[in-house]
Design a protein. Sequence first.
Length: 225
Amino acid sequence: RGLGDVYKRQKEVMEQFIKSRRNDKIGLVVFSRFSFTQCPLTLDYGVLLDLLDKIHIGMIEDGTAIGTAIANSVNRLRDSIAKSKIIVLLTDGINNAGKIDPLTAAKTAEALGIKIYTIGAGRPGGALYPVEDPVFGKRYVRMDTEIDEVLLKEIADITGGMYFRAKDEKGLKEIYETIGKLEKTKIETKEYANYTELAGYFLLPGLIIFLLEVLLSGTILRKLP
């Protein structure tokens, strides 16, 4: 299968993950040679899904700037007051672009209490990648999957996260489900019950009747022996 088809499947898995969340602010950072925020943190999953759908191959110059992507994500999360702040870093390449060292960015995330789950995605044997040939026009060439697993593991370890390897869409789906279960936030609620005191409505008439009985017992209405 071509790389475009693989990305389409990956986006479908991410869409399912987003739809499974409740009351979680989620943002979307896209990166290749450069990195930018496709969607800031939001609870509007409809907008988020729409912006996810607009991501396509070639929208950014080719490359893999992992450190820049982490720094961009950290910048979006740093002011969040959420108890659990995480980054899910999905990449199918090695860090070969950007001016920010990935490990330095990971240490910054750790200092701010942000956990990073890293996912190395790619089918063994690579995939077909579209290239523009000056003679024959657009054609597809097979490119091997290059993933720096050592780096991704170290990024996860620094921040208290985990590294996963996704070889196909099924594996990626299982990974997102695992992350979802690991990051379930416990929500504590306080329940209040409103009570209306009704005893007064019965005590007052009862007291009056009792006093009348005491008073009348000394009159002609007293009980005969």
